[in-house]
Design a protein around this ligand. Structure first.
Ligand code: ZN
Length: 403
């Protein structure tokens, strides 16, 4: 038996979402879904190993077409857009309050509505890119490995220092120098090829480092970055490495190796520094080894001294002297003079350029300092300093494997 179908004589009009709001809703839904998935660290690891390289291969290639740092311009445009939106919204708010919106203003309101709807799409696009280009890779484990942090002693730091010192010693003997004993540096373009070569070699251990590498780009406002103490950054929206052209050539490899690690999805500061260090350490280029190992050496040395003080108290200095007396593996005086000379050259490059905003440099520096402090607080245990622990763990594991 079947009921007789009811015939509806009065068809009801259903309200339907327009194409615009359906789009907004779907995109927002996907963003929320993946934000929730990012709470699972192993999902982040899987994402950065399998999906991110495909996305990176496309996005990085597209923006690499531009010879200038496109992301930097996007940042300035973004700041203008935010300012315009705030000012316009305030004006519209005031107009509404004083009820001045008559016929003429109604037209203005329509323009404002269209503007705000466009801004919403732009904001969603930014959120989308933020999520898939940066946040999901960032949400994984450090270096994609779910391992426990080990207990590190002063002896572990000492072992690391000895090994790093040996590599610096090797680099000092093999680096190319001119007749005055000064290091001969490559062009930035040639130097970056050296970095890519080292990264590709390291990709046997970290497959994320395989695939495409675009060119790093000089920041348009290098002086502003300089005042803020920023050597370079990797802009995740356009996947471009952008660097401050006043960074000295000696430090350049250490900096670019760090940024290149970010570029390939190692976004946390500790993992960026660690992958950068490994790329420098295992490089076949003496200058890259020299740069990366010397940079890491000082960080490890500082932590070594702190650890000695914790463990030995008043006997710490004697222990520290023992380390120095046993020979550090390289010529410290030469290393310092190489560093100083590179800094002097970089300073000359800076002085030869015009800096129209220089009178604001102190203010910019203060903003920069506040930015660094905020970043330290936000990234917490994955900050720059944590690389020292990772380096010590690396040598500890190597020692254990050799046994
Ligand atoms: Zn970084």
């Amino acid at each position: 038996m079947k009921r007789k179908a009811k015939t509806n004589t009065k068809p009801t009009r259903k309200r339907r979402l327009g194409a615009y709001w359906s789009f907004v809703l779907i995109v927002s839904g996907i963003i929320v879904l993946f934000l929730l998935l990012s709470l699972i660290k192993s999902f982040g690891d899987w994402y950065v190993d399998h999906i991110f390289p495909l996305l990176h291969g496309v996005v990085a290639r597209v923006w690499n077409v531009f010879p200038f740092a496109f992301g930097e311009i996007v940042m300035y445009a973004g700041a203008v857009l935010v300012a315009v939106t705030i000012v316009w919204s305030l004006v519209m708010g005031i107009l509404a309050v004083i009820r001045a919106a008559r016929k003429k203003e109604r037209k203005k309101r329509r323009v404002y509505r269209i503007y705000m709807k466009s801004i919403l799409v732009v904001a969603l696009l930014f959120l989308w890119c933020y999520l898939f280009h940066w946040w999901l890779p960032y949400s994984g484990h450090v270096c994609g490995r779910d391992t426990k942090r080990q207990e590190i002693t002063s002896e572990d730091f000492r072992v690391a220092l000895v090994e790093i010192g040996k590599r610096i010693g090797w680099a000092q003997q093999n680096v190319v120098r001119d007749e005055n004993g000064l290091i001969v540096y490559l062009s930035d373009e040639e130097a970056f090829k050296v970095i890519i070569r080292s990264m590709q070699k390291l990709s046997e251990q970290y497959p994320r480092l395989k695939g495409y590498y675009g060119r790093p780009k000089v920041a348009l406002c290098s002086d502003v970055l300089d005042w803020m103490g920023i050597g370079g950054y990797t802009y995740p929206y356009t996947m471009e490495i952008t660097y401050n052209k006043y960074v000295d050539k000696f430090y350049w490899y250490a900096l670019q190796a760090h940024e290149t690690a970010h570029y390939k999805g190692f976004y946390k500061e500790n993992e960026g520094s660690f992958i950068g260090f490994l790329a420098c350490l295992t490089s076949d280029d003496p200058l890259m080894v020299y740069s990366g190992c010397y940079d890491a050496y000082w960080d490890v040395l500082n932590d070594y001294y702190d650890a000695l003080q914790n463990e030995y108290g008043k006997d710490a200095d004697a222990k520290y002297a023992e380390y120095w007396l046993a020979g550090i593996g390289f010529d410290m005086e030469l290393a310092v003079s190489d560093e100083m000379h590179a800094e002097k050259v970089a300073q000359e490059v800076y002085e030869n350029d015009d800096h129209p905003l220089e009178e604001y440099s102190d203010t910019v520096e203060e903003v920069g300092d506040a930015g660094w402090e905020t970043q330290d607080a936000v990234i917490a245990e994955n900050d720059y300093d944590d690389v020292v622990r990772m380096i010590a763990e690396y040598y500890k594991e190597k020692k254990a494997e050799a046994r």
